[in-house]
Design a protein around this ligand. Structure first.
Ligand code: SAM
Length: 336
């Protein structure tokens, strides 16, 4: 008889942990960068291998105290920086022997539970959503941007089909009173034309705002571009995504640096760029049924990875052009 798996709702589960460790192979030693340190779930597992080292990054200062405890357990083998991963270049790692770089995107269990961060639609008080090292809060966005700009954020970052109506109602309501988390939830609920019984009415809009406030599109694009430069030969870049927008960006980027565009025989011969990475699996690795049962939020996680085949620093990709429309939307934040 199969044992029933009970999910502990108060526990942090590192997603796809076994799978991530298996693709980056820390058992052979070397230095690994954990770009989204969080609770240190991946870092701790890497450090269990005696000749491994970790450089952990997180934009949230709360990760620092967690890192200190792990440093006590594994002396001199963990360096933690409270930094955004788009700033990975500041670490000057060009000549280091970097064997693996991991991203586990989005927010952590601890962050969503933190009332002050206001990431959840159950939070009370001011709209915040800042994960750390931000320039503006969600309150600034909702209470100051033009209705058309809010509409685009909700539509393109959250795939919200009622974006227009929600934005119109936000613009109307904020004339009367400043909008906070719970009043935003009410506006969204009122604006939704059809009730979705699978997800909360505010899920998509909250996701969109979080992505916008934390500039997650440019963070990801810059983080990926920097990572492929500093990896050494045979080094692995592994990325866990949680929603289709992130996955689309990672998938496109990996394709753009592992394949040459196919050239039609009727077209003049174009210069082919050199390929320095390989992608062993075209399809993403997803959590097992057991993991989803234990940690239901893992169900939308996808792990993709690539392996560097030569020591080169300059890598070409047209990723910024490909997603220029999303980057333009992100720039609405410049006036806040
Ligand atoms: C899903 S959690 C990672 C959990 C981690 N793998 C673990 O097992 O504990 C994502 C973490 O990434 C951090 N983060 C998100 N965007 C970031 C960015 N641009 N730069 C640095 N850290 C970021 C968040 O603050 C959060 O702590």
């Amino acid at each position: 008889m199969e044992a029933t798996i009970v999910s502990d709702k108060n526990k942090h589960y590192p997603v796809l942990l076994k799978e991530v460790i298996s693709v980056i192979s820390p058992q052979h030693g070397g230095t690994f960068i954990d770009c989204t340190f969080g609770q240190g779930g991946y870092s701790k597992e890497i450090l269990k291998f005696n000749n491994s080292k970790v450089i952990g990054l997180d934009r949230d200062i709360n990760s620092e105290s967690i890192a200190k405890k792990i440093q006590d357990k594994f002396p001199n083998r963990l360096l933690f920086k409270n930094s955004k991963f788009s700033k990975i270049n500041n670490l000057k790692l060009k000549d280091e022997d970097i064997k693996g770089i991991v991203f586990d995107l989005g927010y952590s269990f601890t962050q969503i539970k933190d009332e002050k961060k206001g990431l959840s639609f159950n939070s009370t008080g001011e709209l915040n959503m800042m994960m750390g090292q931000n320039e503006f809060s969600a309150s600034k966005v909702i209470n100051n941007l033009e209705a058309q700009e809010i509409e685009k954020i909700l539509k393109y970052f959250g795939d919200e089909s009622d974006a227009k109506l929600i934005a119109k109602n936000i613009a109307k309501e904020r004339k009367i009173k400043k909008i906070d988390t719970q009043s935003l939830v009410k506006i969204i609920e009122k604006s939704k034309r059809k009730k979705n019984y699978k997800i909360h009415s505010a899920t998509k809009s909250f996701q969109a705002l979080r992505i916008f406030v934390n500039k997650e599109i440019s963070e990801l694009i810059i983080g990926l571009m920097q990572s492929v430069k500093i990896l050494k030969k045979n080094g692995v870049l592994a990325v866990v995504t949680f929603h289709s927008l992130e996955d689309k960006i990672v998938k496109y980027f990996f394709k753009s640096i592992t394949e040459n565009k196919s050239i039609s025989r009727y077209e003049p011969k174009l210069e082919q760029k050199k390929i320095f990475f390989k992608m062993p699996l075209k399809k993403p690795i997803v959590p097992s049924n057991k993991e989803v049962q234990e940690n239901p939020t893992s169900r939308s996680a996808k792990l993709r990875y690539i392996i560097k085949q030569e020591d080169v620093y300059e890598i070409e990709s047209d990723i910024s052009d490909k997603f220029s429309d999303l980057l333009e939307i992100e720039n609405f934040g410049l006036k806040l």
